[in-house]
Design a protein around this ligand. Structure first.
Ligand SMILES: [Zn+2]
Length: 64
């Protein structure tokens, strides 16, 4: 899946606006859709959390 950086607002909690952001996908809630954008530092934080989650899953898989 190709991803493109653009200039916009970060939706991941840092509150920065007008920065380079990456589109991560749509947020869908109660029938509404919005673009989910994240800046590089927030994306790093999110990916570190996701990697920890994936690694926990691998450990559970190999232990069983
Ligand atoms: Zn951010």
């Amino acid at each position: 899946m190709e991803r493109y950086w653009t200039i916009g607002d970060c939706w991941l909690g840092c509150g920065r606006t007008g920065v380079q952001v990456l589109w991560l996908g749509p947020i869908q809630w109660d029938g509404w859709t919005a673009p989910f954008m994240a800046c590089a530092p927030c994306l790093d934080r999110l990916l570190a959390q996701a990697r920890a989650h994936w690694l926990r899953g691998l450990r559970v898989t190999t232990a069983s």
